[in-house]
Design a protein around this ligand. Structure first.
Ligand code: HEM
Ligand code: PLO
Length: 474
């Protein structure tokens, strides 16, 4: 298949030498909304130039299925971008690594290790209790305590360590992480025109500093693990990777570090962001919160914490989590894909090396597939018997060869956190403070803007402080 198939080319946005179609993208609108709107003007499948890079934008479920599933392997490449090359030491990770044998190995190792240490074992069971979030009735910013709780879970799986609130190492982790999130791969100009790195550039300075702090912390963890590793008895993901380094060809310390760091970064950022969206929507929809709590009271009661085995009996809770991931996908345009060979989408030829952006936002808001897509309606994910129902055009984790490796872990974590929180607490808007903005801001993930809320222990849970809770204030 060395020749492009002879199908008609795609409609292409107007483009200038050097700049490409960047003029059409200028404005305040975040890319996922802009791409959706351009789809209304040019048709749902079109191409544009991001600087020199020919980029295809996919806005419908049909075409996304071709790219991710039917011809998933042909579109499983990743472009090289300056910021992610810096972050991953030249693609020695999973998410930003091009299609390669090592990418496959890393996926398998992370997947197996999460199955071993996360899902179905006791390591995660206890998070509901250990990380329960406590408060007194004043307005608080839910971000730091949620972030700490989620960081601890992921830290347990990756490094076997947990942090008390106020631990300086935890503060360091949260700070460098935030710095990376603010500067990495935001469709920023240095990723389009790498020569801009030779001019003074605040994004790159911040990113480089944060990466240096991350590297120092990681090297320490790596050395500690190397000393204490017992062959055949991995304690966590880092052990599993180190063991693979000894047994398999081609894995270096750099690969181990980058893959562990990425699982850590992805685990923390995505889960905490989704939880913030859940709480933001519950503040707007108090009746949804009440219905989740009613379901929890009936199925779990208040004598014990919800655990994995309750999940099948809590379909409404699941539908709320799904509806949040539909209406505000944390990764609205996934990660850019590239065509590894000449291929086609929707009967149009796509040349090898083309970049492909799958606009999951447009798919999750497509009126062809969703009735009143802008409304928050968890019942979409239930059938008429109140049982789970998942429309196939719901793909918050992507699909195919590049599907999120953390999907089942993420789902389990979201379930344990949301059920644990709503069993014990009610969340309401702080008096006199506006409801959270629901537009959000697109960085490397789609985050809600900062907001505050009040937390009230539910009847029976007033004395919950002092029972090992994480501490939402204090
Ligand atoms: C990739 C979503 C949690 C690790 C992805 C992609 C999406 C996604 C959309 C890109 C798929 C593509 O490019 O086609 C989410 C969501 C999460 C979540 C919505 C939680 C709500 C996690 C967690 C981990 C993780 C907990 C932990 C390790 C990864 C990795 C990739 C990835 C390593 C890259 C896969 C590859 O390129 O082969 N995720 N994710 N994610 N995710 Fe997640
Ligand atoms: C988050 C900040 C960390 O310091 C580094 C990091 C690693 C992996 C990235 C993650 C960040 C953001 C969310 C990403 C994840 C890989 C897959 C995930 C992009 C940058 C998503 C949602 O696609």
């Amino acid at each position: 298949d060395s020749h492009p198939p002879s199908y008609p080319p795609l409609p292409c946005l107007p483009s200038l030498p050097l700049l490409g179609s960047l003029l059409s993208l200028m404005g305040d609108q975040p890319p996922h909304l802009r791409f959706t709107e351009l789809g209304h003007r040019y048709g749902p499948l079109y191409a544009l130039y991001l600087g020199p890079h020919y980029t295809v934008v996919v806005n419908t479920y049909q075409h996304a299925r071709e790219v991710l599933l039917q011809r998933g392997k042909e579109f499983a490449g990743r472009p090289k971008m300056l910021t992610t090359e810096l972050l991953t030491r030249g693609g020695k990770d999973i998410a930003f690594s091009d299609y390669s044998p090592l990418w496959k190995t890393h996926r398998r190792l992370v997947h197996n290790s999460f199955t071993l240490f996360g899902e179905g074992t006791t390591k995660l069971q206890s998070i509901g209790e250990a990380e329960g979030v406590c408060v007194r009735g004043q307005a608080i910013d839910p971000d730091p305590p949620l972030m700490r709780a989620v960081t601890n879970v992921v830290c347990t799986l990756v490094f076997s360590s947990t942090y008390q609130s106020g631990d300086p190492e935890l503060t360091t982790v949260m700070e460098y992480n935030d710095g990376i999130v603010q500067t990495i791969a935001r469709g920023g100009l240095v990723d389009i025109f790498p020569w801009l790195r030779f001019l003074p550039n605040q994004t790159l300075t911040t990113l480089t500093e944060c990466i240096a702090i991350r590297d120092q912390l990681l090297s320490k963890k790596l050395e500690e693990h190397k000393v204490s590793l017992i062959s055949g008895e991995p304690r966590d993901l880092l052990d599993a990777l180190l063991q693979a380094e000894q047994e398999e060809e081609g894995i270096s310390d750099d690969h181990v570090l980058m893959t562990a760091a990425e699982a850590f970064g992805a685990g923390v950022e995505t889960t905490s962001t989704t939880l913030l969206w859940v709480l933001a929507f519950l503040l707007h929809h108090p009746q949804v919160q009440e219905r989740v709590q009613k379901e929890l009271d009936e199925v779990v009661g208040c004598g014990r914490s919800p655990d994995v085995s309750d999940r099948t009996h809590l379909p409404y809770l699941d539908s709320v989590i799904n509806e949040v991931m539909r209406i505000r996908p944390v990764s609205p345009i996934l990660i850019p894909h590239t065509a590894l060979t000449h291929s086609s989408i929707g009967g149009h030829s796509i040349c090898k090396g083309s970049r492909v952006l799958v606009n999951m936002w447009a798919i999750h808001h497509d009126p062809e597939h969703w009735d009143q897509p802008e409304d928050f309606r968890p019942e979409r994910f239930l059938d008429d018997k109140g049982q789970r129902f998942t429309p196939s055009c719901f793909m918050p984790f992507g699909a195919g060869p590049r599907v999120c490796v953390g999907e089942s872990l993420a789902r389990l974590e979201l379930f344990l956190f949301v059920s644990g929180l709503l069993q014990r607490f009610s969340f309401s808007p702080a008096p006199g403070v506006p409801l959270p903005d629901l537009e959000g801001r697109l960085g490397v993930v789609l985050q809600p803007l900062k907001y505050t809320l009040t937390v009230t222990p539910r009847p029976g849970w007033e004395a919950v402080r002092g029972r090992g809770c994480g501490g939402m204030i204090e």
